[in-house]
Design a protein around this ligand. Structure first.
Ligand SMILES: O=c1ccn([C@H]2C[C@H](O)[C@@H](COP(=O)(O)OP(=O)(O)OP(=O)(O)O)O2)c(=O)[nH]1
Ligand SMILES: [Mg+2]
Length: 154
């Protein structure tokens, strides 16, 4: 079965020109890697616990009822302790600004980002919006109000 297709209008901003559009690295990849759209020769170095907004050079228009999630790359997290501070970042379908990645360095070593580095991945997902139905009481369930480690304790 093929993947659901979601056509996304995209504008490459000036500082993103020359970088490829994000792509799926394998046929069944869930995410497309996002490239750091820094200037030629420009770098951003994150010291321990520092964070920065990394430009992707892309502005997009997701179709109605879709979102994009900005997620960490496991390689960066495992090897360098570098992750997405607000993971998963939420790109709303009505956002027309530049997509940015909020990277944070959770390691004790500085980490330097260069132009073209793949800093995060973006997953396209359908959006369900909820509508409230206000009631006086909720139905009873096996779990009830238990949570936060309540199961398997007796
Ligand atoms: O990792 C992210 C997260 C968000 N955004 C952009 C797209 C998103 O549609 C917008 C708002 O994001 P969010 O709702 O998470 O941030 P907020 O702090 O609630 O800002 P706002 O008041 O603008 O909604 O910022 C990014 O570019 N990267
Ligand atoms: Mg918001």
């Amino acid at each position: 079965m093929g993947h659901m297709d979601c056509k996304i209008n995209v504008v490459t901003l000036d500082h993103g020109k020359g970088l490829p559009l994000p792509k799926y690295e394998t046929s069944d990849s869930a995410g497309m890697d996002l490239y750091a759209a820094l200037g030629e020769g420009e770098t951003i170095t994150l010291g321990p616990l520092e964070r920065a907004l990394i430009p992707t050079g892309l502005a997009m228009a997701l179709p109605h009822a879709y979102e994009a999630q900005v997620r960490p790359r496991s390689g960066l997290a495992a090897k360098n302790g570098v992750t997405v501070a607000n993971s998963p970042g939420t790109i709303d379908a009505d956002y027309r600004g530049e997509v940015k990645v909020i990277l944070v360095n959770l390691s004790n070593d500085p980490f330097t980002i260069e132009r073209g580095m793949r800093v995060a991945q973006m997953v396209i997902a359908p959006v369900t919006q909820g509508t409230w139905v206000e009631v006086e009481n909720l139905d009873e369930t096996e779990r009830g109000t238990g949570g936060f480690g309540s199961t398997g304790t007796h």
